[in-house]
Design a protein around this ligand. Structure first.
Ligand code: NAD
Ligand code: LMR
Length: 327
């Protein structure tokens, strides 16, 4: 079989903490496969270019067979030229005492210019994950500024929350993450997210039937929803390796498909579950091997779950209103 043609993979904020973890795993074939050559197209701000040159030197020194070229630039149109897969990470992380939504004034405008640049120069098949916070609203901003790219190619990352929920259930259940299935995180990547275990199992047993209901409703839910802040407090810096890992999981699943199993992805709502149309909202999503994303639209939600889904949608509406001039 002849070798595959390289795909172009853009990473913004490539000299940052998440970038430093993400790049090595993409370059080693961990996301798009061990037989898929790539061209890395790395974006930084001008003040980050020296650090980015150092990162590029280390990438060269890693001699990855799959890496056919590396572009390092502070021009979004160069970074996104012909790009097939885009990881939009570059933006400011929050510090102690801040909410992720506090970042929207600083970070929102970044996604106007990047949406426009993607619109102008990305490949027809481009797929985009927004990681930079507040990621749901930043993804909305980018999508609204890229009218020629189908809206469903824009996604925001709630996979870290999904993985956190799996991690907590595995710990509590004396199991491994591989034993945990069926967890879905709904909504905004914020404290209003709803980690839904109504269909989850651990070692095949229903979580709702076998775990303590009070623990699920309080400690589990709070731990998952506030984990980002807890990590900032403990580490003095925002989660980075786990965030990079989640971005890989998200894009790898979109690349390979999930064999009919739903994962948590924030995608543009089409009004399912009364989530206002257009909001970037995390819902149970099946990735098909042809690259299409199918939202499960008949997931049963009881009244308590519906209230949580609505609360997160209401928060996203407020975030959207705060950036009305950008969308
Ligand atoms: P970092 O500060 O270590 O790195 C960010 C990098 O982005 C820096 O090198 C900076 O120079 C660069 N940058 C800033 N503006 C840019 C722009 N306009 N274009 C290109 N590059 C730009 O931060 P980090 O730890 O890598 O986190 C990056 C973002 O990811 C933050 O907003 C953080 O809150 C977010 N995050 C999201 C999740 C999630 O689950 N969605 C998880 C962790 C972190
Ligand atoms: C996370 O969830 O770890 C990130 O979104 C960083 C943050 O600000 O919480």
């Amino acid at each position: 079989m002849s070798p595959k043609a390289p795909i172009r993979v853009a990473i913004t904020g490539a000299a940052g903490n998440i970038g430093y973890s993400l790049l090595w795993r993409i370059a080693s074939g961990n996301c798009f496969g061990a037989d898929q050559p790539i061209i890395l197209q790395l974006l930084e701000i001008p003040q980050g270019m020296d650090r980015l040159q150092g990162v590029v030197m280390e990438l060269v020194d890693s001699a990855f067979p799959l890496v056919h070229d590396i572009v390092a630039t502070d021009d979004a149109k160069v970074a996104f030229d012909g790009v097939n897969q885009a990881f939009l990470v570059g933006s400011r992380p929050r510090g102690p005492g801040m909410d992720r939504s506090d970042l929207v004034a600083a970070n929102g405008p970044i996604f106007v210019g990047q949406g426009q640049a993607l619109n102008a120069v990305a490949a027809d098949d481009v797929r985009i994950i927004v990681v930079g916070n507040p990621c749901n609203t930043n993804a909305l901003i980018a999508q609204r500024n890229a009218p020629d790219i189908p809206a469903e190619r824009f996604t925001a990352m709630t996979r870290l929350d999904h993985n956190r929920a799996i991690g907590q259930l595995a710990l509590k259940g004396g199991a491994t993450p591989a034993d945990v299935e069926g967890v879905i995180v709904w909504g905004n990547h914020s404290n209003t997210m709803y980690p839904d275990v109504s269909k989850a199992t651990v070692k095949g047993a229903s979580v709702v039937d076998t775990f303590d209901a009070d623990w699920l409703a309080s400690e589990f839910h709070n731990t998952v929803a506030t984990r980002g802040g807890a990590i900032i407090k403990a580490r003095g810096a925002s989660s980075a390796a786990s965030a990079a890992n989640a971005a890989l999981d998200h894009m790898r699943d979109w690349w390979t498909g999930t064999n009919g199993k739903p994962v948590s992805m924030a995608v543009p709502s089409k009004g399912w579950y009364d989530i206002p149309e257009g909001l970037m909202y995390s819902v149970p999503t099946i990735c098909h091997a042809d690259g299409t994303l199918e939202v499960i639209t008949d997931w049963e939600l009881d009244d308590a779950a519906k209230a949580k889904v609505k609360a997160s949608a209401d928060e996203l509406l407020k975030e959207k209103a705060a950036v009305a001039d950008l969308v």
